[in-house]
Ligand binder design. Sequence first.
Ligand SMILES: Nc1ncnc2c1ncn2[C@@H]1O[C@H](COP(=O)(O)OP(=O)(O)OP(=O)(O)O)[C@@H](O)[C@H]1O
Ligand SMILES: O=P(O)(O)OC[C@H]1O[C@H](OP(=O)(O)OP(=O)(O)O)[C@H](O)[C@@H]1O
Ligand SMILES: O=C(O)c1cccnc1
Length: 476
Amino acid sequence: MRNLSLLTDFYQLTMAQGYCQKGKTETAVFDLFYRENPSNNGYAIFAGLEQIIEFVENLRFKEDDISYLKNQGFNDKFLDYLRNFKFKGDIYSVPEGSVVFPKEPLLKVEAPILQAQLLETPLLNLINHQALIATKAARINEAAKGKNVLEFGLRRAHGPDAGIYGARAAVIGGCVGTSNVLTGKKFGVKVSGTHAHSWVMSFESELESFRTYADNFPNNCILLVDTYDTLKSGVPNAIKVFKEMKEKGIESDLFGIRLDSGDLAYLSKEARKMLDQAGFEDAVIVASNNLDENIITSLNLQGAEIDLYGVGTRLITSYDSPAFGAVYKMSEYSDQPKIKLSDNIEKMTNPGDKKLVRIYDKESGKIRADLIALKNEEISENEDLTLFDARDTWKTTTLKKGSYQLRDMLEPIFKNGQLVYDSPSVLEIKNYAEKEKDSLGEEYKRLTNPHIMKVDLSDKLFDLKQRLIKKNKMKK
Ligand SMILES: Nc1ncnc2c1ncn2[C@@H]1O[C@H](COP(=O)(O)OP(=O)(O)OP(=O)(O)O)[C@@H](O)[C@H]1O
Ligand SMILES: O=P(O)(O)OC[C@H]1O[C@H](OP(=O)(O)OP(=O)(O)O)[C@H](O)[C@@H]1O
Ligand SMILES: O=C(O)c1cccnc1
């Protein structure tokens, strides 16, 4: 485990020294939330919690950190505090792989102000990256309509961590596996791949290169057919090699071709015909080349015969929507609810120690809405539940008792600094994320102009917010 304790913004430490100096030990509550879905998606996939847990568990300041901070001008009292630092607060979070929506609390920290504040930057850093890539992967997999997507982006990722954890997030978001071997080893996810053009170019002939590859990897034998001429040379040579394998009695688990340039719809349809005519109906066709959810949707509409998509750049960088934009805002200090005012109503925070309640339609199991309520507020399934729009409060919906089910989304992760949560494996998270996506109606999952999920405030939270807005306006 790398020492990431100084992976923070300088101002977190200057504030921390100030709190230490002043003896401010009151408890603060902070909410982590985001404001807009990336790529105009209808939802996001929450990811990165396992790395947050690892970070918090290992948050200790070593002597070399302390001496570095001493050189930056921090005082001895504060440095002594850091020497003995251990996180002592509570953290609640939605599970990784959850479907989430803008403005709702995804993770909540309750801790002495200094400690809660110190977590801001690393927590945001971890969630902002992985939730972004998991959400992009969910979009790409939605476009693939049940066909598998393999993550190919390591070489185009923004450095090693973006590659390693981006691939982790991509699998959570729906990818069947990754070409990234380190991610495979670290997280027990499937690794796979084909071969490069250089492999073909290093042989005297394409045929010889295919033969040699098939001899080496008969059970994962996807031949890249576009180095010279896809239909005149690549596919015929691949077919020759598949015939030779058959003659040798080799029953391959996975064999086929990869297309990496040209008109992928046309070439895949022609290649499919050629493979089928040669008796290789079970040969798979892999496609790659700057794919994303839009091109994959278009390829589907064109009737492309593609069984597996390899997606790199536009997935691992979330090319069209490069920032998740999660923020971390104080909602309570020393048992007093706090609000951040803004001229922009969208940017006003929700005050108080809160919970996130998900409301499911009992019959269909689909999400009806999310409700943000105060932590100690009782929301009961045994009464009719009236939801209202926090902007246009006259817009209401009443859910009849018995027609809906409630779920508390924020689970305890740390209690008094003790870890009380078992992180599931990445494959378990991926399976959970599939179920989460199933709990969304189709209209929330479509790639363009999806329905906006209602995220409402409870009566009590709404009243508290109004009261604090008035009170704080008067302070100005
Ligand atoms: N039938 C298709 N419909 C829509 N987009 C396609 C189709 N076929 C390929 N594409 C996409 O069009 C883009 C073509 O990229 P590019 O201009 O680099 O051409 P290329 O075929 O890769 O050429 P090169 O031989 O230089 O690699 C890629 O993003 C690819 O995924
Ligand atoms: O297009 P992306 O979605 O980013 O997917 C990854 C790309 O990386 C490889 O190309 P590259 O030119 O790097 O190597 P190659 O010579 O093996 O094709 C591969 O052939 C894909 O085209
Ligand atoms: O295995 C492959 O085909 C692969 C892996 C990474 C990037 N491009 C292709």
